[in-house]
Design a binder for this molecule. Structure first.
Ligand code: FMN
Length: 339
């Protein structure tokens, strides 16, 4: 199964919900939330790609790098590359329902394992969402990371315990989901959290706790202070607040403040191995990919996910070779052309 076949299949399966554009850039689907787009004008989604595109790479070929090392780790788990599947839910209302939540979660968790890396799974108003992710993670012996919505504290702690029970390697919260009306409408309110509340969640578990949806250096520092083990610099794929900058835009100032104190992950608009290299050079320790993996999972299941992730690995390897980067651990900022 190749990427062309996967995309053709996905076009059928996602009909009416995703156009499977040549480049997934948020233009055709602007405002389609529910759906695959960005909220409002759609510009926050588009800005993720634009921000990445503003950075250019320095081509270097006078050096001794021959076999760039992509292997990395997350919380002590070895991975084939620091690229992970982003948490995604809502297969019926966002993607048309050709895959159930459970089938989708299985496809990404299994597919990422086949590619030697890890998937995050999500949470939503329907209980099958969080539960499907947990089921898939349990099936893959804990090799996955569930991400919980910023619900009431006791509801989050309950779900953290469930994550512990299936042996998940870590657990997270997408704090940027704090304004989601869909959750409130279904009687499961979400809200922003105070520093003390975040600390309570961190202290409630021995699992590494991840905070997803950090977009400013001050909040990154608060996360560190609360004992969070990893942050995800992310505007939620532009789906929660219109007119937010791209993740690649804010990443350098966040990294300047907290690099080395917390694992820095980032997502939004990553579409190639070159994009991965850019985010690593801008200060990320790892990168998440969202929508292209929806296309991969709908178009080819776990195998589709594997094929897509392997494409990214190949591109990353080539980009490292031609920028003189020996290993993904510590990609120098000098990879980025300053103009
Ligand atoms: C349809 C859809 C559903 C999503 N569901 C979740 C979710 O349940 N939890 C979460 O933390 N993020 C969710 N996200 C955000 C992604 O995890 C990720 O931050 C974003 O998609 C990255 O941008 P990209 O799609 O441009 O790669 C969702 C995104 C999309 C497109």
């Amino acid at each position: 199964m190749d990427l062309k076949e996967i995309r053709e299949q996905a076009k059928e399966k996602l009909k009416g919900f995703c156009r499977v554009c040549p480049v997934c850039d948020g233009l055709a689907c602007a405002g389609e939330v529910p759906g695959m787009g960005g909220v409002g004008t759609g510009r926050a989604f588009q800005e993720n790609l634009k921000a990445l595109a503003r950075y250019k790479l320095n081509l270097r070929a006078i050096h001794a790098v021959r076999e760039p090392i992509l292997e990395s780790e997350l919380f002590g788990i070895k991975v084939s590359m620091p690229v992970f599947v982003a948490p995604i839910t809502g297969t019926t209302y966002n993607m048309g329902g050709a895959l159930t939540e459970e089938q989708y979660a299985l496809a990404v968790v299994e597919g990422s394992r086949l590619a030697g890396t890890l998937a995050f799974t999500g949470d939503g108003a329907d209980p099958t969402m969080y539960g499907s992710g947990l089921k898939a993670i349990q099936k893959e012996h804990g090799q996955g990371i569930p991400v919980i919505k910023p619900r009431a504290q006791e509801e989050i702690i309950k779900r953290i315990k469930e994550a512990e029970e299936v042996g998940a390697i870590a657990v997270g919260m997408d704090i940027d989901g704090a304004g989601l009306l869909t959750m409130a409408l279904k009687g499961q309110p979400v809200s922003p959290k105070t520093f003390t509340e975040i600390k309570e969640l961190v202290d409630s578990t021995t699992l590494p706790f991840i905070l997803k949806g950090i977009m400013t250096p001050d909040e990154a520092e608060l996360a560190v202070e609360a004992g969070v083990k990893a942050i995800v610099v992310s505007n939620h794929g532009g789906r929660v607040l219109d007119e937010t900058p791209g993740a690649a835009e804010v990443l350098p100032e966040i990294a300047a403040r907290v690099k080395g104190k917390v694992t820095i992950l980032a997502d939004g608009g990553v579409r190639s191995g070159v994009d991965v290299l850019k985010l690593l050079a801008l200060g990320a320790d790892g990168v998440l990919i969202g929508r292209p993996l929806i296309v991969a999972a709908f178009g080819g299941g776990a195998l589709g996910v594997k094929v897509y992730l392997e494409k990214i690995a190949k591109e990353l390897r080539e980009a490292m070779l031609l920028t003189g980067v020996a290993t993904v651990k510590g990609v120098p900022a000098t990879v980025i052309w300053k103009g």
